[in-house]
Design a binder for this molecule. Structure first.
Ligand code: MRU
Length: 363
């Protein structure tokens, strides 16, 4: 993705071998990068959401294992490192997927070879994510092309949270088809849910779309249903932090309400996800662990004041408590289809098994 004419990934290795990420906690007001030197740096970046988004969490964890191997490639140290990274955030399955892949690779080689192997494997995970997101874009583009042709006017697409290139390594999941449609001169406009409480939509999706020149409008999370009733949403595309073998879609809290409104209004609702976001061990979404974050994210909000300073202010009365569950599950029956790197399938166990016949799902 290009920012002011320079191509960036959300995570990369510098020429001197440093792992570098974009500090997403400072966007959209400041574009800054952070170097991850140690396992602790990688774990901290995931936990504090300097990096976030399911595929990017997995990619950062992979490099976290490489940094751990650099410090000490012993079995016991790497076991502890995987435990530390695993404890950072509970919902995105990409974290477990990346750690399992790294541990399997590292167990097969002698400690002295582990740094090189880990760096190579982390880079391979990143490159594969970029290609998978590109293919999600290619398949989603055809969906958008068809709907735009039928509509015969600008296609209005609603998205929730940030499932763009900042949430992945490049391209994004839900936004990859949007970028490709825009580049193909298909007229698209994106309704960007602000995504309270952390505002990933208002801060990150709006930043990305703006940098790419895609027309978009930020809306309060509660507006989507009304816009759908008025025929102003043609398509919903969201990402996913964990999609079960039964095709229940866990994603940023608020996604379920959009799916309900979409179903009531006959608006197609798609989730876009790579294979690393599928949890083959779970059939039902009710078993997905839902992250509970600090109530401060609900009681307070951060933004830039008119004086240019980044400030955090309180929104609720002193003494009121708040609950901050960060994800919800949209049942498969409300999902029109899944856009994956292998194509689009129905949101069902059979649909997923048709696309991934070699990956066995839990009964
Ligand atoms: O809490 P976050 O910002 O990590 O949550 C991100 C999301 O919910 C995204 O929609 C999801 O990871 C899909 S990413 C391509």
């Amino acid at each position: 993705m290009r920012i002011s004419g320079t191509h960036y990934r959300a995570i990369w290795i510098t020429e001197s071998g440093t792992v570098r990420v974009i500090d997403q906690s400072r966007l959209p007001f400041e574009f800054a990068t952070i170097d991850l030197e140690t396992l602790a740096d990688a774990a901290h970046a995931i936990k504090t959401m300097v990096v976030r988004g399911a595929p990017l969490i997995g990619a950062t964890a992979a490099y976290g294992m490489a940094l751990a191997a650099r410090a000490n490639p012993s079995d016991s140290h790497l076991t502890e490192a995987a435990r530390t990274l695993h404890a950072t955030r509970p919902t995105a399955i990409n974290l477990v997927w990346a750690l399992t892949r790294m541990r399997t690779m590292l167990a097969e080689v002698q400690p002295k070879e582990r740094v090189d192997v880990a760096l190579r494997e982390a880079a391979a995970i990143c490159d594969a994510d970029v290609e998978q997101c590109r293919l999600i874009g290619v398949h989603g583009l055809e969906l958008i092309r068809g709907l735009a042709k039928t509509a015969g006017r600008t296609l209005n697409i609603l998205t929730h949270c940030n499932a763009g290139w900042l949430a992945c390594v490049d391209w994004g999941t839900a936004l990859a088809p949007v970028y490709m449609a825009h580049d193909a001169r298909i007229p698209v406009h994106v309704w960007v849910d602000e995504t309270r409480p952390r505002n990933q939509g208002a801060a990150l999706t709006a930043f990305e779309l703006g940098a790419h020149g895609v027309p978009h409008t930020v809306i309060a999370d509660n507006l989507g249903g009304h816009l759908m009733q008025r025929g102003q949403v043609d398509l919903v595309i969201v990402g996913s932090d964990r999609t079960t073998a039964g095709a229940d879609v866990c994603n940023k809290v608020g996604t379920y309400l959009k799916a309900l409104a979409a179903r009531d209004n006959g608006v197609p609702f798609y989730a876009a996800l790579p294979v690393s976001s599928i949890d083959w061990s779970l059939q039902a979404g009710s078993a997905v662990p839902i992250e509970e974050r600090s109530p401060d994210e609900v009681t307070h909000i951060t933004g830039r004041s008119s004086s240019g300073r980044i400030e955090t202010v309180r929104l609720v009365p002193e003494g009121s408590t708040a609950l901050n569950l960060a994800f919800d599950v949209t049942p498969a029956r409300l999902v029109t289809g899944l856009i994956t790197e292998r194509g689009i399938c129905s949101a069902s166990r059979a649909g997923l098994q048709r696309l991934y016949p070699e990956l066995r799902a839990a009964e």
